[in-house]
Write a protein that binds this ligand. Structure first.
Ligand SMILES: [Zn+2]
Length: 320
């Protein structure tokens, strides 16, 4: 299987991040142990000095008693293991716990690409492919107003098509003149009315102009956050969101309802608002349904958002 250079670069970065994280965590555990058992430092010094003596000896050309040094080293290693197990820690507690035990997250095993590396490459290229293909076709130009009825809605005083046409123009100019901190939007309406299409159209235009966009469905974002919180993934989605100029949360309300997801939704939205971040949130729920689900504290955060009501008949029904 062949991958693009971009995919290889991203996979390298992912491996490096895994490795660094494993090492960072090991160092944190070491500090924790040192705090409680300072004698560890002494043992570490013995190990380090033994290794240094060997290197010095080789460098100077003088003979060194390698066997004696090896013995010292071994003894100290044993002491270290004992110190840990005696205090209820696993023997390898201070070793970095790499995601892949074969290659220690280097990506290379026995001179070949490790399986974990291959998995990462596949995952990245699949994501890129599925994202880019949907993204590529979802532009302002491909948004078709003919799926919106031209018949005037008596209670509104205008037709869905007129309303969508105005919304489309409005969003287009928003995207074209986007600057970080620009206003935020709440897209509401039934499934299949183009909320995702227009979110992606904004994303396309905004990224073309050099700004960064984080796009994700509420479900995916929360699942990823949960994995990271509980140590099942090494990514940092919260940092990615924080670094984006525009945050797009698609399909809010379709995520699985748990205590974690409820809090996470509030945290994401609240942090973004506190950081002055521009957002587009789309949902099948209306504002009042949103309030029922997430409570007043989430909904009150959306007060400053411009609301676009996607009205009309499910596009997928008409297209059939
Ligand atoms: Zn591996």
């Amino acid at each position: 299987m062949k991958f693009s250079e971009d995919v290889y670069i991203k996979a390298e970065a992912e491996l490096k991040k895994r490795q660094e994280n494993a090492e960072k965590l090991a160092e944190m555990r070491r500090k924790q142990i040192l705090n409680k058992h300072p004698e560890l430092l002494e043992i570490e010094n013995i190990i380090r000095n033994a290794a240094l003596e060997v290197i010095k000896g080789i460098g100077s050309g003088k003979s060194v008693n390698v066997n004696a040094l090896a013995e010292t080293n071994l003894k100290a290693q044993k002491q270290k293991a004992e110190l840990l197990t005696k205090n209820g820690y696993p023997e390898d507690y201070l070793e970095p716990q790499y995601s892949c035990k074969m290659c220690n997250d280097s990506g290379i095993y026995n001179g070949k690409l490790c399986n974990c590396h291959l998995e990462i490459l596949k995952k990245i290229s699949m994501n890129e492919y599925s994202c880019s293909s949907i993204l590529a076709v979802s532009t302002f130009e491909t948004f078709d107003l003919k799926y919106y009825s031209a018949e005037k809605d008596k209670s509104l005083g205008y037709s869905p098509r007129e309303y969508m046409e105005a919304s489309l123009d409005f969003l287009k100019s928003y995207a074209e003149t986007f600057r970080p901190g620009k206003s935020s939007f709440f897209f509401t309406g039934a499934t299949g009315l183009g909320k995702t299409h227009l979110s992606l159209a904004v994303m396309n235009r905004v990224t073309e102009n050099g700004y960064s966009v984080f796009y994700g469905s509420a479900d995916n974002i929360i699942k990823q956050m949960e994995k990271e919180r509980f140590g099942r993934s090494n990514g940092d989605i919260e940092e990615e969101i924080e670094n984006a100029d525009l945050l797009i949360i698609d399909d809010l309300g379709t995520e699985f309802k748990t205590a974690f997801s409820e809090t996470a939704v509030y945290q994401i939205i609240n942090n973004a608002i506190l950081n002055g971040k521009s957002m587009i949130i789309s949902s099948n729920l209306s504002i009042s349904e949103l309030e029922e689900r997430y409570g007043q504290r989430v909904v009150s955060r959306l007060n400053s958002f411009e609301v676009i009501n996607f009205i009309g008949t499910d596009i997928r029904q008409i297209k059939k």
